[in-house]
Design a protein around this ligand. Sequence first.
Ligand SMILES: C[S@@+](CC[C@H](N)C(=O)[O-])C[C@H]1O[C@@H](n2cnc3c(N)ncnc32)[C@H](O)[C@@H]1O
Length: 433
Amino acid sequence: MGEAIAAHRDGRLDAAEALYGKVLQRQSGHPDALHFLGVLCHQRKRSEDGIRLVRLALRATPRHADAHNNLGNIHKECGELAEAEACYRRALSHQPGHHDALSNLALVLDVQGRVDEAGEVYARFLAQEPQLGQAHYLMGMFRRRHVNEIEDVEEAARCFANACRLDPQNVRARDALGVALYMLGRSSEAVEVYRDWMARDPGNPVPRHMLAACGGEPAPARAADDYVRKVFDGFAASFDEMLLKNLHYRAPQVLVAALVDRLGIPQASLDVLDAGCGTGLCGPLIGPHARNLVGVDLSGGMLEKARQRGDYDELVEAELAGWLQTRPSAWDVVLSADTLNYFGDLLPVLSAAGNALREGGWLAFTLEVLDGDEDRVELSASGRYRHSRACIERVLEDAGFSDPSITVDSLRKELGKPVRGWVVLVQKRGTGD
Ligand SMILES: C[S@@+](CC[C@H](N)C(=O)[O-])C[C@H]1O[C@@H](n2cnc3c(N)ncnc32)[C@H](O)[C@@H]1O
């Protein structure tokens, strides 16, 4: 068992599976071997086997809180939230202070929209573990997700500050603290948070980018590749954050609905590029129009999630603007949901998109709204850029596009408020048009 667990921890899954198998040959009901082999099967996308094995383990050791919690995790990651909730509650009935079961229970309640119950569980976790940075961090994130008034942001900032004090290694808490301080108008404190983080971890692109977002350094022309990879690989690796991030997220739906109005009846006849495809949320929406659907993204972690969905003919790990330049006249549609807001200067990427489209092809993208009549772009505290309408119109013209349709819709909720976005559609005109 020791060797099997060590192999499992190191990610040597073939070896671990073989060793658990050997243990079970000698003792078919070995509860730990059944339990861990179940977790491993789920990791290898054999979740039904995983659930069956952990249940067998629990028959032998029905009071094993870790096994109930892990069974809950498998259900949660299969989208079976009610089953997951029941497992976490069973874990807590046997071990009321089980950290993971408490935070997992709060999460599945939150994702099911049972916000008050989720808040009670986060509060219970915090009351039980006041010295645990993670308990403060999770409470802060909960407050931030459900902001109603400015006091909630202040409370979230207090939670993040406690989390950083109790656990200086918690980089997510540091990031969240910087954003909350900036939101509260305490930008010099936010700058301090990012400078301190940079001093502790000089190679990390996140504090570098966020320092610029808080006005502590000049903004780069676009988010650096290493920043984008780090942030999105991190999201993709954390299933829970993905779940929560997508709670009020609707850029793919809004963008594709506007686009398909122009495309007419789906005939599976178009070559479509999903530019910055992320986990592939646009794939199933645009799929009926596509004869060939390709996704491109910088983040290998996000692409892996898109691959698992199975909607794309091809997925490419590359920087968007550079890659588009190498594909002249290849696409009938280039769509990009919530991705060009990682570009401050839009000209290189929109020119490349113009080059990559065929005559008559459609370019469709979202950006975040910067109010005002002037031609302006701003890197905001979220780490994303916001563009004014005049800026988008000018860059589209410089990139060779004319007559864009630019409408406003809500793309997501942040700090309790809708984030307004531009939904931009423009067609590449032929030389005779
Ligand atoms: C917020 S996600 C949106 C993903 C997807 N379009 C959706 O709506 O769900 C932004 C994506 O853009 C990608 N991205 C940002 N800048 C990029 C660049 N320069 N080249 C390629 N991908 C980029 C990120 O890796 C991330 O997956």
